[in-house]
Design a protein around this ligand. Sequence first.
Ligand SMILES: [Fe+2]
Length: 230
Amino acid sequence: MARNQKSRSTSKSRSSGRIGSQSRTGKTTSSSKNTRNNRRSSKSSLSQKKQISLNDKLVLYLNDALSMENASMQRLQSRIKQTRLQDSKQQMEHHLEETKEQQNRLRQVISNLDGKPTKDKAQLPIPSAPKSLMNILKRHMTSAEIELKGTKEDAVVENAEIVFYDMLIQLVHKFEVEGEAVSVLTQTLDEEKSMAEWIRSNTPVMLTQLWADIEASITKKEIDEEKQVQ
Ligand SMILES: [Fe+2]
């Protein structure tokens, strides 16, 4: 059986003439060695291309965080103007101040690492409905639902920030960089958590405030039918 396998493999190698084949004695041919060496060298040159100092890598990640806060600040400013719910307005004003401080702290850490703080803004991870639904949604959405949509997006952004900082802190720990960067990121993470929690716990109050408007947009017949089903 073993002999048959060997014979099959030898004849296949001979007939295909492929690089990387083994000779009848089982020794690797020189062309096979070359291929492996080439693969190894291309792999190592790839990782060499990706090599960067720890300091520079840290600056990159911190600037990535800063670009997210730059975008968040702009968004908070427009949300504060947009909302008609006083509690939300106040909370967002509070978080806007926190966000400004988060930016300042990040800028400081980046500068201390001899980096240049970015002024660019990241793309915030806000989901958007497909056009086919969006057109119908827009046609039927009340101002209360637009308010609710804004709050939903606030929650998405804050929770995305939590994921971002949580992972970044874990990565920085792996880098074994202790001190300023970790404490700055941890403080920011705590602030994002409390903002996300505020939105979550305030949602029932918000819905109570918005419900009459939403209810009024649904035809009475359907509401009565719905109540009968319940
Ligand atoms: Fe935030």
